[in-house]
Design a protein around this ligand. Structure first.
Ligand code: 7RM
Length: 656
């Protein structure tokens, strides 16, 4: 990609011309108002210092807001001390809110449990004592491999309380993946369960821990096992301990010790384009400040009346920042759900919204597109009138899905916030503010107050409005990663070497004529077709705007003539006919929507798309198919049979 490359016109992405400003009523009651931008711009560090002091309780105040003298290794809130778990539990009880519900747990089979802040605090104290009884102290790493049950939240907070960094491994990961993460972090304890519920059936977890440890993990001294499903488990008397027994034997009282603001809070592994997963390191004061700040301002949290629900799993960063740390630091009431959206029926999410009166919903575009595919009549059966803010995260959201989300789920009434951030950024970075921004479907729009971002070309020049390039973050931010666990060099190389002095996010982006930012997917998903810069998202968006298409993924395949050529994989809506006619129709549709240059060389009608367990489409695998290569590593796929399905369905493709 060269900087002279003409970018495709932004009108393609913003075919949806409507703007969605907040209603006057919403704006009048909003937590975040427009002056927040001015305050942050006038004194960025002062602004963050104020947020840290307002939102959190510190045992020792900090003396310096930011030490950037050893960049890119940052220290925020230097000299400050706090306990993250205390901030998420005890202090709300001390402030008289012990009876407020912290968690409404909805198990997949329909069992429910609620924890007030007083109950959650008591559970975390006992768990912290139990961990201590198992030899865990400040600095020890603890691996957590649990389903979406309250014990997952309690375990994370118990670790935070002791200053023992947790490393949560998503319950859908294999024994192999678990083993490499345990080894890399040198975890001393693994917290797991007998199993969890998945699509109506108990699904075992402990066997994967046994298998991981059998590969050799001498650092692990104990395995703490929550009983969830009652499945039979193999037991090692010297190593394994039941959670219930450990908590029953533990002392109920525990006084949280203050930790340095830069004390490690957690490691979370995330896959890069190459090499082994990177252990992203987050610390205490800055991370919690930005989680609390964004959760409150981006979702317009009115603590006493809102019921918040983030549908992520705690195995991902969204679960860390927007189920555990942000909402609990803010003393919010939230729903956590164990299962999948289609168990036992396709209306389960909407049934939960209705049951708990959910007011703020945070989910992913892939889920929204799935709901579109299932049809509007399903949500229409439930009362969704409690909803007042909708959030989206994880991928670019195509304008059709955005508008559908607002209209069908939000009753044409709610602001939709498209939030861009990463495991590495720790918290939301680019997003509308729901009571301020006139929202543009498909664009995350503006860096939050206190955050500085830009779009650069290949030569590191800021592109003018209307131009495209690479997204960078130009100033350090409180919840930034502090490094890659055990690999300082890789940290500098991956994030800070492409554009010296700036954080390279790995995402392509454009600025529109108003200077608003549009995220275009990972840069390896941006293709160059005959010298024209095209984004997978643009073409996907065009395909999905066709009434017969439910979902689409586009990759840039190497092409002898044009450099790269778009290849599309589409899932048709129920009832739409297959065959060559539809392929021609769709190719013409893309030509019409974007221009002939964007016409996919090949369109394959498929039944499923390969997705990671967090719902991101694995375009790398699709590129392998499009380029007729052996399909690469599929171990991180949610369903490893999908690729066989796609390859066997290739006969429906058309080459031009
Ligand atoms: C929170 C999370 C990070 C990558 C990131 C982007 C993509 C996330 C959006 C988005 C467009 C969004 N963390 N991404 N949110 N792209 N618009 N609102 O997803 O580490 O798992 O992924 O996800 O490519 O770099 S993550």
């Amino acid at each position: 990609m060269s900087s002279e490359t003409p970018t495709t016109s932004l009108e393609n992405l913003s075919r949806e011309e409507r703007r969605f400003p907040p209603s006057e009523e919403f704006a009048a009651g909003a937590i975040a108002t427009a002056d927040l931008y001015d305050r942050a711009a006038a004194d960025r560090e002062g602004f963050w210092a104020e947020q840290a002091r307002d939102l959190l309780t510190w045992s020792t105040d900090f003396t310096q807001t930011l030490d950037w003298s050893k960049a890119p290794f940052a220290r925020w809130f230097v000299g400050g001390e706090l306990n993250v778990a205390y901030n998420c539990t005890d202090r709300h009880v001390e402030a008289g809110h012990g009876d407020r519900v912290a968690l409404h747990f909805e198990g997949e089979p329909g069992d429910t449990r609620s924890y007030t802040y007083a109950e959650l605090t008591a559970a975390v104290k006992r768990a912290a004592n139990a961990l201590q009884d198992l030899g865990i102290s400040k600095g020890d790493r603890v691996a957590i491999y649990l389903p979406m049950i309250p014990e997952a939240v309690i375990a994370m907070l118990a670790c935070a309380r002791l200053g023992a960094p947790h490393s949560v491994v998503f319950g859908g990961f294999s024994a192999e993946a678990l083993h490499s993460r345990i080894e890399d972090a040198q975890a001393k304890l693994v917290i797991t369960s007998d199993g969890g519920y998945r699509r109506g059936k108990p699904s075992a977890l402990k066997p994967a821990v046994d298998a991981a440890l059998a590969k050799g993990a001498p650092s692990v001294k104990h395995v703490l096992v929550v009983k969830r499903t009652g499945q039979d488990v193999e037991w090692d008397d010297a190593r394994d301990v039941w959670w219930d027994d450990a908590l029953a034997a533990a002392a109920p009282e525990h006084t949280a010790q203050p930790m340095d603001a830069e004390h490690p809070l957690f490691i979370l592994y995330t896959s890069g384009t190459t090499g082994k997963p990177k252990g992203i390191l987050h610390t205490s004061g800055g991370y919690l400040t930005q989680c609390a700040y964004t959760h409150k301002n981006v979702f317009d949290l009115h603590r006493d009346t809102d019921v918040y629900w983030c549908t992520a799993d705690i195995g991902w960063v969204t679960g860390h920042s927007y189920i555990v740390y942000g909402p609990l630091a803010n003393g919010a009431t939230q729903v956590i759900y164990e299962g999948t959206p289609d168990t036992p029926h396709q209306g389960r999410f909407w049934e939960i919204v209705q049951k708990y009166g959910v007011t703020i919903l945070y989910t992913a575009p892939t889920a929204i597109r799935t709901f579109m595919k299932w049809g509007e009549d399903i949500p229409a059966k439930f009362d969704l009138s409690s909803l007042r803010v909708l959030g989206s995260v994880g991928e670019p959201i195509n304008p059709e899905a955005w508008v559908w989300y607002r209209r069908v789920i939000g009753g044409d009434r709610t602001p939709v916030v498209d939030t861009w951030w990463q495991t590495e950024t720790g918290a939301i970075m680019i997003s509308p503010l729901p009571g301020v921004t006139a929202a543009k479907p498909g664009s995350a729009q503006v860096p939050l107050p206190g955050i500085s971002a830009d779009v650069l070309d290949d030569e590191a020049h800021s592109v003018p409005d209307g131009g495209g390039g690479y997204l960078v973050l130009t100033e350090p931010w409180p919840s930034m990663l502090r490094g890659i666990w055990g690999d300082d060099e890789r940290y500098q190389e991956t994030y800070w070497s492409r554009f010296p002095g700036m954080y390279f996010a790995g995402d392509g982006a454009k600025k529109d004529d108003d200077g608003d930012i549009w995220l275009l997917g990972r840069v390896d998903d941006v293709m160059n077709v005959s010298g024209h810069r095209l984004s997978t998202t643009e073409i996907e968006s065009a395909l999905v705007s066709h009434p017969k298409v439910a979902e689409a993924a586009v990759v840039g395949a190497t092409d002898d003539t044009t450099g790269q050529a778009p290849c599309a994989f589409v899932i048709l809506r129920g009832g739409a006919e297959q065959g060559d006619d539809i392929v021609t129709e769709l190719r013409n549709h893309v030509a019409q929507e974007i221009g002939p240059i964007a016409k996919p060389r090949q369109i394959m009608v498929v039944a499923e798309l390969p997705k990671t367990r967090s719902g991101k489409i694995m375009r790398r695998l699709l590129r392998d198919v499009a380029e007729k290569r052996e399909v690469g590593d599929v171990t991180t796929l949610a369903d490893t049979t999908v690729m066989d399905l796609i390859k066997s369905g290739m006969s429906t493709s058309t080459e031009s």
